[in-house]
Design a protein around this ligand. Structure first.
Ligand SMILES: Cc1cc2nc3c(=O)[nH]c(=O)nc-3n(C[C@H](O)[C@H](O)[C@H](O)COP(=O)(O)OP(=O)(O)OC[C@H]3O[C@@H](n4cnc5c(N)ncnc54)[C@H](O)[C@@H]3O)c2cc1C
Length: 482
């Protein structure tokens, strides 16, 4: 028997966010003998996922939940023993609100991002003018698009629902998810469901009604703007998911404070990662395969000496950043009933924030009795300069906005500020084609795989899926090599 073939395979995963963790975990599941090393530049695992505790509050410093209509996150939670800790959003107050003329108004019931499933609430909403409502109802008669090239979210929404519904409802709801410029956002890359609705049913009103009539009773309990019943969060925050995955990795497989500075091909055909640790000592690590679970610009830098064209495609994926100011108040400091999970802000309202999330209303256990925790999002592609203001200015903006919009009074119990520069990839027009080119180029390099939020979805479940798919691809290719 060939002795070399029996040597355990060595795989390096670069990046210890949820994508890299999922990749490392899956590699170990598939082949417990595989020597997996996960290199993370920062001093902790999780990447943008970070949970803080302060004075009895649980503060999610970025993502605060994930969707369950795709299986990957729920399934991983089950495998790492976290299933019984997943909390649904609270069943009361499942409403989304939108700022209209300086006030919070409910997003009309049954309006799912772009698909109006119920017409009654639309007719009653104060968010749209009579003309805006008429135009929106006219969506029923807007003909199908015949061109097949990629269309921006803004163009699609204006064409089908009218300018007012786009500016007042769709733009802020979508902006709250992707922190994006809707004029550049690819609909096919972000929300193919709506492209399909138009193609299949001829429009959004028709499609939404069709889908609604065939959905289960549970799904119909979801209300405005988002299907809140489909979202869950670990009771102890997303950091507990990160910790549960890390606990399943072999001892010594994770190296923190190690930023990979270069990548090259090994003499025997494998890969060599060079990094310097916290002590500044340069180290090289040879391996049979490498998974890059880092942002596209970081992957571009590492791959540039190896494949310039591939690096160019990766570098062309743009990113936006946001900052989150979490403010804690006594409940009696806020006059608004907080009868929703939060609000989004249309760009035409010209306010310095993107959205506000009522964390302690959304999930149990986020704030002590008689207090509230509210997260304010600042920045995004349309106001990127605001995310970079200093802490004092960010806190002041968040506080001023909450004073004006929900009647917050006095000083908060505390403010927590989290900064996520260049953290949200922007799936601009042509994104799907770019990702196809990237994947075709990667396929030319044996033992190389990419994972992360830059390619097939930014949500946590998609990131987990990308990591697991990369692990499966590497495992398959190493098995084929023998
Ligand atoms: C503010 C915000 C709110 C969000 N809210 C939600 C939400 O509610 N629900 C949801 O599903 N999704 C949400 N998302 C999206 C989701 O959280 C992210 O897409 C996902 O966590 C990204 O994970 P990742 O592992 O791909 O990347 P990252 O978390 O960015 O991890 C990449 C890691 O790679 C490391 N790294 C980079 N370069 C190197 C190098 N050269 N060497 C070694 N290590 C390196 C970095 O330090 C980092 O830890 C949100 C995102 C943000 C920013």
């Amino acid at each position: 028997m060939n002795q070399i073939a029996t040597l355990p395979k060595r795989v390096v995963v670069i990046g210890g966010g949820i994508s890299g963790l999922a990749a490392a975990h899956r590699l170990c599941e598939l082949d417990p003998a595989c020597q997996v090393t996960l290199l993370e530049a920062g001093s902790r695992l999780g990447g943008v996922l970070e949970t803080a505790r302060r004075d009895g509050f649980l503060i999610e410093r970025s993502a605060d939940n994930f969707i369950t209509n795709v299986p990957w996150a729920v399934d991983l939670c089950r495998r790492v023993g976290l299933s019984d800790q997943l909390l649904p959003t609270r069943s009361e107050q499942r409403n989304a609100m939108v700022v209209h003329a300086g006030r919070l108004e409910r997003v009309p019931q049954g309006f799912m991002l772009m698909a109006p499933a119920r017409l009654g609430p639309l007719l009653a909403t104060p968010i749209l003018s009579p003309w805006g409502k008429l135009r929106l109802l006219g969506e029923y008669f807007v003909p199908r698009r015949t061109e097949s090239e990629d269309e921006s979210l803004a163009s699609f929404a204006r064409r089908r629902l009218g300018r007012e519904a786009f500016e007042r409802i769709v733009q802020p709801l979508v902006g709250g998810i992707y922190a994006a410029d809707p004029e550049r956002l690819s609909l096919t890359a972000t929300m193919p469901r709506f492209v399909e609705m138009e193609r299949r049913w001829g429009g959004l009103i028709r499609g939404a009604r069709h889908e609604r009539s065939s959905e289960t009773a549970d799904a119909t309990s979801d209300v405005a703007g988002a299907r809140y019943g489909m979202f869950v969060a670990p009771r102890d925050g997303l950091a507990s998911l990160v910790a549960a995955i890390a606990a399943r990795l072999p001892e010594g497989s994770v190296r923190l404070g190690t930023r990979v500075e270069s990548l090259s091909r090994g003499e025997q055909g494998g890969w060599v990662a060079k990094y310097s640790g916290n002590d500044g000592v340069a180290t090289t690590l040879e391996c049979d395969a490498v998974i890059l679970a880092i942002g596209a610009p970081d992957a571009a830098r590492l791959l540039e000496p190896i494949d310039n064209a591939l690096a160019g495609e990766l570098a062309a994926i743009e990113y936006a950043g946001t900052s989150i100011v979490s403010l804690a108040f006594r409940r009696d400091q806020v006059t608004h009933p907080l009868d929703g999970f939060g609000f989004v802000v249309p760009a035409i309202e010209k306010r310095p924030i993107l959205a506000g999330s009522f964390s302690s209303v959304k999930f149990a256990g986020r704030a002590p009795q008689d207090t509230v925790l509210i997260r304010v999002f600042i920045g995004g592609a349309l106001q990127s300069e605001l995310a970079e203001l200093d802490d004092h200015r960010l806190r002041q903006i968040a506080l001023d906005e909450l004073r004006s919009l929900i009647g917050a009074r006095g000083e908060p119990l505390f403010a927590d500020i989290a900064r996520w520069p260049r953290s949200m990839p922007q799936y601009h027009l042509g994104h799907c084609q770019r990702v196809e080119r990237i994947e075709a180029a990667v396929a030319h390099w044996p033992g190389l795989a990419l994972a992360g939020n830059a390619y097939h979805g930014v949500g946590i479940p998609n990131c987990i899926h990308s990591g697991e798919m990369a692990a499966e691809e590497i495992n398959r290719s190493m098995k084929a090599e023998g």
